[in-house]
Design a protein. Structure first.
Lengths: 317, 114
């Protein structure tokens, strides 16, 4: 009989906490408390499916991109996002094993609304300025949240993020290149960037989630920090985002959509107007401007491609 | 129906150049080995150079459980197995006005092997 089997649940938990406190990495087959497993499944399946749903608003811009070079670049980015989705879903699937769940269950959960995807990917894109802004600021925000988890206590997630963040560097520069070209362009092009910032501002603030569960009724940040899955709180990440990106936005001669926004030297933080968090709740319940259209697209392609899966599954060697 | 056999788990290894060692990349789901090769390139090798790829059905990997991993710890008393145990020679050779032939020096004798 194995030594582990003789240990009580409490001893196992104690040993587990000691391991993560010591900076050890937890692997898929290791014992872990249920609370840890569930927190990881929620976080990583949401992250993975958001990569896939996030490819949809960008894919809309492949045929509309202004030059061949831009088309190729945005197509490469869409392909990366799908690749990130594949990596992350693998991590989630290994965690789901004890529950007998597979990728088809994740897809079904997405379709029936049990599995949420990131608020920004429920929004519509109106112009090429929006496409550039997604790369620059939405990916910028994603880089802030993802690098915050590079040291995650869960080994497979940390390794997936390492690969993902390396590619995000390309995404951020791709977005900067589009924005830079527009910001240095005609009056009409500059207006396009300003309108994109105005259009995405609230979504960007919401991206990091509420500061505390008092705002929206629930928040997973306490559990994920407790288990060293992530380091900083939602608000700390939002503040980091402001510090990194606001000087850049202003340097291009663009205006912040929130005229009251300023840095408070004494408090050492950015003071800004809160977005409408009731709107956030609505959006992540799949009631955003493009939620249903994108879910339908995903559903239709899943159903239409079922025959391909059937055909491929017939050859198992 | 295909869902049952479509999602097989493969571990992917690859090497960057003909002379480098295989490195674990990640895992993927594929219905068969041919698809696993395609998915491996699509998922993990979109940018980095690659000279060879291995895919291994996870069922064929025997990995260690937590108890077994505990047996991997080493006692710190085997300096004679490493160059650390012979570090004092450096000072000795200096006395004879000779340089010690250390790992860096010896491995450099093959020239640039890359």
């Amino acid at each position: 009989m194995s030594n582990l089997a003789m240990k009580s649940e409490e001893e196992m938990l104690e040993q587990f906490i000691e391991r993560i406190e010591a900076g050890d990495k937890i692997e898929a087959d290791d014992w872990m408390p249920e609370e840890y497993r569930i927190a990881l499944i929620k976080l990583i399946s949401m992250h993975g499916i958001s990569e896939i749903m996030g490819a949809l608003p960008e894919k809309e811009w492949v045929p509309k991109a202004p030059t061949l070079h831009r088309k190729l670049a945005i197509m490469a980015k869409v392909q990366d996002e799908m690749g990130h989705g594949q990596l992350l879903l693998r991590v989630a699937e290994d965690l789901l094993k004890p529950y007998g769940k597979t990728r088809s269950d994740i897809m079904q959960d997405l379709f029936n609304g049990d599995l949420k995807f990131h608020n920004v990917f429920h929004m519509d894109t109106k112009s090429w300025g929006d496409a550039g802004l997604i790369g620059w600021l939405v990916d910028g925000a994603a880089i802030i949240t993802q690098t915050n988890m590079l040291g995650s206590s869960y080994g497979p997630y940390a390794r997936a993020l390492q690969r993902i963040c390396a590619e995000e560097v390309f995404h951020a520069q791709h977005g900067e290149a589009i924005i830079m070209a527009l910001a240095e362009g005609t009056e009409e092009q500059r207006t396009m960037v300003q309108e994109a910032i105005n259009h995405w501002w609230e979504s960007l603030l919401m991206f990091f989630g509420p500061a505390s569960k008092e705002t929206t009724g629930s928040s997973k940040q306490d559990i994920t920090i407790k288990y060293k899955i992530r380091k900083k709180t939602n608000e700390q990440l939002r503040q980091d985002f402001f510090t990194k990106y606001i000087p850049r936005i202003l340097s291009l001669g663009l205006k912040l959509p929130d005229p009251t926004m300023h840095y408070d030297e004494e408090k050492q933080m950015w003071i800004y107007q809160q977005p409408d968090w009731s709107e956030f709740k609505k959006i992540i319940k799949n009631q955003g401007p493009r939620s249903q259209a994108r879910l339908n697209l995903r559903r239709t392609s899943y159903e239409n491609n079922a025959w391909v899966r059937d055909a491929l599954a017939a050859t198992t060697n | 129906m295909a869902e049952k056999t479509f999602y097989r788990e493969f571990e992917v290894f690859s090497k960057r150049t003909p002379s480098s060692a295989f490195q674990h990349q990640f895992s993927l789901l594929a219905p068969n080995k041919d698809m696993a090769f395609i998915m491996a390139q699509e998922n993990f090798m979109r940018r980095e150079p690659v000279a060879d790829i291995w895919i291994i059905d996870r069922e064929h990997i025997r990995s260690m459980n937590a108890d077994e991993k505990l047996t991997l710890g080493r006692l710190d008393n085997k300096q004679y197995r490493t160059t650390k145990g012979y570090g004092y020679l450096k000072k000795k050779w200096r006395h004879y006005e000779q340089q010690m032939l250390d790992e860096k020096e010896i491995l450099s004798w093959g020239g640039n092997s890359k």
